[in-house]
Design a protein around this ligand. Structure first.
Ligand SMILES: Cc1cc2nc3c(=O)[nH]c(=O)nc-3n(C[C@H](O)[C@H](O)[C@H](O)COP(=O)(O)OP(=O)(O)OC[C@H]3O[C@@H](n4cnc5c(N)ncnc54)[C@H](O)[C@@H]3O)c2cc1C
Length: 377
C-alpha cells in the first residue's frame, strides 16, 4: 500500500510539501483553514527576497543552492515565472551583521560577490543614498520570488498529481495512533501514516504537549509611489536590498513590480510587535507609516511619494531566529515545520523536498542538523 501523509496548513511550506508528496506518487491529503493562497498568514505580499550570501549563517547556503535549483525545476513544470533575478545589496557599516554575515557566507562557499564602497553604491544604484562609512555586499544571484503565485502553482500541481486538498477546513487536534496519526477537523476525521504540521503562526496551538519557545510577530509591508516615477526602481537596474543602519534596526526593499498595487515595496525586518493569528491588528497606523518614512527619508529620498498600499503579515520566530523543524521527539510519525523566523519563503522549493523526505522516511540527505527542533529542549 502506498504511504499516506496529511499536510496540516497549505501556506508556503505546506503547499510545496503536499506537491512534493503527490509528485512522488504517495497519497497526500492537505488541510487548510482558509482558501488557496490567502493573505491571512505569512505567505502573501507579492514578493519575497531570495539570496545566497546568507548573513544569518553559512549553514543555510547548501539548502539555498538547492532552493534555486528547485525553483527553476518547478517553474519549468508549472510554466509560470516565480523567481526573478535582480541582484541584491546587503548594506551596513563595516562589522554590521547584515554586511559581515553576508561576506562570511560568500567567502565560505565561494559565492560570486563584490563589496562596494558607498560612492560605488550611489553611482550604480542612484536611489540608494548610502552614508560615507557604509558598504554593500552585492550579489548578482539575488532577487525575489512571488509568494501567492508560488503557493497557487504548488497547490494546482499537487492536485494534478493526485493530492486531495481541503480548503475552509480547520484542524482542531491530532493524536498519534498505532503506526500512524489521526487529525480531527471541524468537519471530519482523517487517518494517515504520517502528519506534517506546516501551520505557520498557528503552529504554537498545534504542538500538543511539545513545548517550543516560539513567538509570533506582526510585520507591515508598504508600497510607496516614488516621486518622479518608477523608472529608477525597475528590476533591470534596481536590486533587492537589506539595509542595517544600526544594530537591531534593519529594513529591506524590492524593485518595482508589475501589477497591483504598483509602486515600490519596503518593510522593516526588525521591531515587529508580538501578536497571534487570532488577534493580529490588521490596521496600519499613522505612527507606523511615519516610522517607515523616517527610515528611508534620507536613505532613499525618491521613495517619499504617496503611500499606495499596506499589508500585515506574521513572522513565527525561534529564540535564535534560526529555522526549527524535524521529527516530533515523542511521535516520530509527526514532522513539525514552519518556525522560519521571518526568512523562510525563499526556501520553500527545497523545504518541500526536505519535509517530504522526513515525512516519508524520517530522514533526508540535505544538511539540516543545524535546524534541529531539539536544540531548545
Ligand atoms: C512581512 C513578511 C516578509 C517576509 N519576507 C521574506 C523574504 O523576503 N524572504 C523570505 O525568504 N521569507 C520572508 N518572509 C518569511 C516567509 O514568508 C515565511 O517564512 C513563510 O511564508 C512561512 O510559510 P508557512 O507555510 O510556514 O506559513 P503560512 O504561509 O502562514 O502557512 C500556514 C498555513 O497553515 C494554515 N493553518 C493554520 N492553522 C490551521 C489549522 N488549524 N487547520 C488548517 N489550516 C491551518 C494557515 O491558514 C496557513 O495557510 C516574510 C514574512 C513576512 C510576514
Amino acid at each position: 500500500m502506498t504511504q499516506s501523509t496529511i499536510v496540516l496548513g497549505l501556506g508556503g511550506m505546506g503547499s510545496a510539501t503536499v506537491y512534493e508528496l503527490a509528485r512522488r506518487g504517495t497519497r497526500a491529503i492537505g488541510l487548510e483553514r482558509h482558501g488557496p493562497a490567502h493573505a491571512q498568514g505569512s505567505s502573501h505580499g507579492k514578493s519575497r527576497i531570495i539570496r545566497q550570501a546568507y548573513f544569518e549563517d553559512p549553514a543555510y547556503v547548501p539548502l539555498l543552492l538547492r532552493a534555486y535549483e528547485r525553483w527553476r525545476d518547478f517553474e519549468r513544470e508549472c510554466g509560470a515565472e516565480l523567481l526573478t533575478i535582480t541582484g541584491g545589496l546587503m548594506i551596513g557599516a563595516p562589522g554590521s551583521e547584515v554586511l559581515q554575515g553576508s561576506i562570511r557566507s560568500a567567502r565560505e562557499y565561494g559565492l560570486a560577490h563584490e563589496v562596494l564602497e558607498s560612492d560605488a553604491i550611489r553611482r550604480r544604484f542612484p536611489p540608494l543614498q548610502t552614508a560615507p562609512h557604509e558598504l554593500g555586499l552585492y550579489e548578482a544571484m539575488a532577487g525575489f520570488v512571488r509568494p501567492e503565485a508560488s503557493v497557487a502553482a504548488y497547490l494546482a500541481r499537487a492536485e494534478a498529481h493526485g493530492a486531495e486538498l481541503h480548503f475552509g477546513e480547520t484542524a482542531l487536534s491530532w493524536e498519534p495512533r498505532a503506526g500512524g496519526v489521526r487529525v480531527t477537523t471541524d468537519r471530519a476525521r482523517y487517518e494517515a501514516d504520517r502528519l506534517i504540521v506546516t501551520a505557520g503562526p498557528w503552529l504554537p496551538e498545534l504542538l500538543g504537549d511539545l513545548r517550543l519557545p516560539l513567538r509570533v510577530e506582526r510585520q507591515v509591508l508598504y508600497w510607496f509611489a516614488p516621486r518622479g516615477g518608477v523608472a529608477p526602481f525597475l528590476p533591470d537596474r534596481f536590486p533587492i536590498y537589506i539595509w542595517e543602519p544600526r544594530p537591531g534596526y534593519a529594513f529591506y526593499g524590492f524593485p518595482h513590480q508589475e501589477g497591483a498595487p504598483g509602486g515600490v515595496k519596503i518593510a522593516f525586518h526588525t521591531g515587529g510587535t508580538p501578536t497571534d493569528p487570532h488577534r493580529i491588528d490588521r490596521e496600519v497606523h499613522d505612527a507606523e507609516i511615519a516610522a517607515m518614512r523616517e527610515a528611508f527619508a534620507e536613505r532613499i529620498p525618491l521613495l517619499d511619494g504617496e503611500l499606495l498600499a499596506t499589508a500585515t503579515c506574521m513572522y513565527t520566530l525561534t529564540p535564535d531566529e534560526h529555522f526549527a523543524f524535524g521529527l516530533h521527539p515523542q511521535h516520530p510519525q509527526v514532522v513539525i515545520a514552519s518556525p522560519c523566523s521571518g526568512h523562510g519563503f525563499k526556501f520553500v522549493s527545497a523545504m518541500g523536498e526536505v519535509l517530504a523526505d522526513l515525512g516519508l522516511t524520517g530522514a533526508t540527505r540535505h544538511p539540516i542538523a543545524p535546524f534541529a527542533l531539539t536544540r531548545f529542549a
